[in-house]
Design a protein around this ligand. Structure first.
Ligand code: ADP
Length: 165
């Protein structure tokens, strides 16, 4: 589960690694009302479907509310999250323990990406793109295009810089 706003090469790396552990992986996009996403839920799902096309055993879906409730509703037992840096650890640890309390039957597994992706975040690539950076080594090519289009559409791109979570 995640925001995937938008999907990056780091996410795709984790998805591919997770497929070594399971033959069916659901990549679930959270409809997170607290954040101000660059892409709508529908757009994020569409982009993720494109990014995971050709990966056997992957389906893309979205959910409202608690991730653990979604996991149970799907008859799944495990949630996979990526751990990039120590900075992710505190939040992810807190989240995993909260989820365990809410739903003792659901386990969280953490996976680390290849080191070349370990510093990439959706937030950073949006900020970099809004300031004119070339983000082609961080995201699939169609994501780069989608970000560019979105920024052009919303000329006041500084807004993203201030609002993104
Ligand atoms: P959320 O808002 O739920 O954190 P994100 O889309 O930012 O959603 O992240 C979803 C999951 O993907 C999280 O577990 C996050 O740590 C992981 N993730 C994000 N970027 C990377 C990356 N570059 N490498 C590995 N995992 C990542």
């Amino acid at each position: 589960p995640g925001s995937f706003d938008p999907v990056t090469c780091g996410h795709v790396d984790i998805i591919k690694r997770a497929l070594k552990l399971t033959d069916h992986l659901i990549v679930a996009v959270a409809n997170n009302y607290e954040k101000s996403p660059m892409f709508t839920l529908k757009e994020r799902v569409k982009i993720l479907k494109q990014a995971t096309k050709g990966l056997k055993g992957v389906s893309v879906d979205s959910f409202d509310g608690l991730a653990v409730d979604y996991v149970k509703a799907k008859g799944a037992r495990v949630m996979i999250r990526g751990l990039r840096m120590i900075s992710d650890f505190e939040y992810e640890f807190q989240m995993a323990l909260t989820n365990r309390k809410l739903s003792p039957d659901v386990e969280t597994i953490f996976m680390t990406p290849s080191e070349e992706y370990s510093y990439i975040s959706s937030k950073l690539i949006k900020e970099a793109a809004s300031l004119g950076a070339d983000i082609s080594s961080f995201v699939p090519v169609f994501v780069q295009k989608a970000v560019k289009e979105k920024l052009n559409k919303n000329k006041s791109s500084r807004r993203y810089f201030n609002n993104y979570e």
